[in-house]
Design a protein around this ligand. Sequence first.
Ligand code: HPA
Length: 239
Amino acid sequence: IEQKTTLKPKVAIVLGSGLNSLADELQKPCVIAYKELPHFVVSTAPGHQGNLIFGYLDDVPVLCMQGRLHVYEGYSLETITYPIRVMAALGIEKLILSNAAGGIDIDFAVGDLMIISDHINFMGRNPLIGANETEFGPRFNDMTFAYDRELRGLAHQTAEELGIKLQEGVYLACTGPSYETPAEIRMFRSWGANAVGMSTVPEVIVAAHCGLKVLAISCISNMAAGILDQPLTEEEVLA
Ligand code: HPA
């Protein structure tokens, strides 16, 4: 990667479902396809491309992951979080993750943005299982401050300045690919989850392990199963 670009960004952005177009706004882009990179796998999810893009957003050098990898594609948590460790090795310090999520909180509306304050890992697995790679982080890593308070505060302050309504809440991750059942959503609400999705949590665990500061934002693309008397569709999520 360092042979292909001289840019040394400190900020990386992982673009979620339907949010890939931000990458088109990067100035002086240097595009590296995942398939050119050893150990990277291609993303097969709808609306996800497979590129690392280096460039400038408002004069700030950034690295964008255009197209993320999901457990439901059949990849292990280790495989889908490998790019996070590559980012850490490249000198990234702050990681911004976005995703599309179902709103569990009935005070949310479709189109709301939710800053993730914390998460519930309902994927049944942890990407750090196995021999610990001590050069990245400790065997048992803290998750108390995984969602950086300072970055969340900055996001709220910026949203206020720009007149953007922001929610904040707990994101619960399932593997998918089925959407949840109404009974699961009722259970998740009683557990304190505000939104549900199929990504982000593995990346945040690995990012926290290697000391990256994380800001994660869910776009509430639909109300979660059973809240409205209608089925969930992929088209609605991408729209
Ligand atoms: N459930 C799980 N993942 C999602 C949803 C949902 O309702 N919406 C977007 N991603």
